[in-house]
Design a protein around this ligand. Sequence first.
Ligand code: GLN
Length: 297
Amino acid sequence: MNHERAPGPPWSGQAPTVSDLMAQARRTGVDRLDAQLLLARLLQQPRAWLIAHDDHALEPALAQDFMAQLAERARGVPLAYLLGEREFHGLMLRVTPDVLVPRPDTEVLVDWALELLAGHDHDLPLADHRTPPTVADLGTGSGAIALALKHAWPTALVCAVERSPAALAVAHANGQRLGLPVQWLQGDWFVPLAGRRFDLIVSNPPYIDGADAHLAALHAEPIAALTPGPDGLAALRVLARDAPPHLQSGGWLLLEHGHDQGAAVRSLLHAAGLERVQTRRDLGGQERCTAGRHGPA
Ligand code: GLN
């Protein structure tokens, strides 16, 4: 019998140093910064410490954990899952594979929502300083949007809806850890909001077409958070159609969507009877968010 053994790492037999492990990271093709962040976290040190301690020898168990994390990163597991956290709009959020990793592009939606709350359009300010504005975030995932809004606008009454109980548990725990009171509701889109109206409804729903090749690169994230199925507009269609009876007069619906869905989402909002329909671009210059206002009754 011929037992071929997988070659061990080049330091086998002795405790690997920080510099050995970083060389190994280079061989696996993992981004240097990602590798440093993973190693720093395992060692419970700031990243800068690594640079000054190149020759620090690691416990074999810790080195093995690092190698396992490198392998996962190399096969496309997001860094945020391996670190267990991701910063979003100034908040550090815990993230697990039950939730979509919050994206910087979604901060554009948060900033726009805050402008609407501040009444930047000077037409029908949502927040008139007497009654706190009411906000709903549909499909909240990690709670990123709801928590960023509550943090930036503490008087707002924010409620967040999520269909996945596992994701909702992550959002709820994020709210508790950050000390941000949000009403967390489990259910499908507007179902848990029966009879309620809001000044602002926001959502980053699944919008990637089920046949889009881009999905393969996102294999580690929850598929239900990424795609509604074969028709990328399915969730956006439900949100636009069902929003008006849940909007106060003068209230806004604000949706994130795919870079090529701007025109379609504008049509959906017009068809739902919303006014002043407009689109904004993301950090990469792509059409990413569209909003419309529920006119006075
Ligand atoms: N913006 C994400 C991406 O393309 C998708 C998020 C979503 O479907 N809501 O990576």
